[in-house]
Design a binder for this molecule. Structure first.
Ligand SMILES: Nc1ncnc2c1ncn2[C@@H]1O[C@H](COP(=O)(O)OP(=O)(O)OP(=O)(O)O)[C@@H](O)[C@H]1O
Length: 225
């Protein structure tokens, strides 16, 4: 089976006011459909930078990334926007749900933006809210949900547009230990059920056994430990 994601010799250098910071050095890996990769490392080691680059939110200094059949390191802004909307689902530490919309509406929005009819969007959103165990809370606004419930909705939203890859940046970083474990298990279950690829970055090394692969970033490089 060919890879869904091919990352080759990615380097990232941030330059500001005459100073340059080499954040990522010669990062290379492959990920196939349905596989999950956990990336750990100390604060500031470049985890979010790598995830943002794969999600088309930041650019490489050198190297190449082929994701979902697209060379995203050589793509214009218009195509990148479409890639972000259709091929990738993001989950962040903060939920970023829209406060004036119910949980269900928050799930319908990305579908409507991608051109689905209201009927189809609602049907799919209802299925997703059920998948994350919040069918009874579907009409609640984000302020009426607990922190763990808001992250459940955020997971459902990441899946809404049927992306091929889920990119999760410290998805349980704001939750207590118990909730964190529950939400992690839910995320891994859904990723498996829907046969999605997952890249999860975290400083929490206890998660590493939950993925198919684990790398740590040290001095900008992947180390296998
Ligand atoms: N836009 C930027 N310009 C300059 N430096 C940046 C920029 N974004 C991030 N950095 C620096 O790059 C390094 C890596 O940042 P990054 O956010 O990727 O780390 P991280 O491993 O995700 O950290 P954390 O676990 O604390 O979120 C840090 O030293 C950070 O200060």
């Amino acid at each position: 089976m060919s890879s869904l994601l091919e990352v080759r010799n990615v380097n990232k250098i941030y330059k500001s006011e005459g100073e340059s910071l080499e954040v990522l050095q010669e990062i290379s890996f492959d990920l196939k459909k349905g596989e999950s990769l956990i990336i750990t490392g100390e604060s500031g080691c470049g985890k979010s930078t790598l995830l943002n680059i794969i999600g088309g939110l930041d650019s490489v200094t050198s190297g190449s990334i082929n994701s979902c059949g697209l060379n995203i390191t050589d793509m214009g802004e218009e195509k990148l926007t479409s890639y972000r909307k259709k091929s990738v689902g993001f989950i962040f530490q903060f939920h970023y749900l829209l406060k004036d919309f119910s949980a269900l509406e928050n799930l319908m929005l990305p579908l409507l933006i991608n051109g689905e009819s209201k009927k189809i969007a609602k049907e799919h959103a209802l299925k997703l809210i059920n998948d994350v165990g919040l069918y009874d809370r579907k009409k609640h606004y984000p302020s009426q949900l607990s922190g763990g419930e808001r992250q459940r909705v955020a997971i459902a939203r990441a899946l809404a547009n049927r992306p091929k890859i889920i990119l999760a940046d410290e998805p349980t970083g704001n939750l207590d230990e118990m909730n964190s474990g529950l939400i992690q298990n839910l995320l891994f279950k859904l990723v498996e059920d829907y046969n999605k690829s997952l890249i999860l970055v975290t400083h929490d090394a206890t998660i590493k056994s939950k993925g198919n692969f684990h790398y740590s970033i040290k001095s900008g490089r992947f180390v296998n430990q």
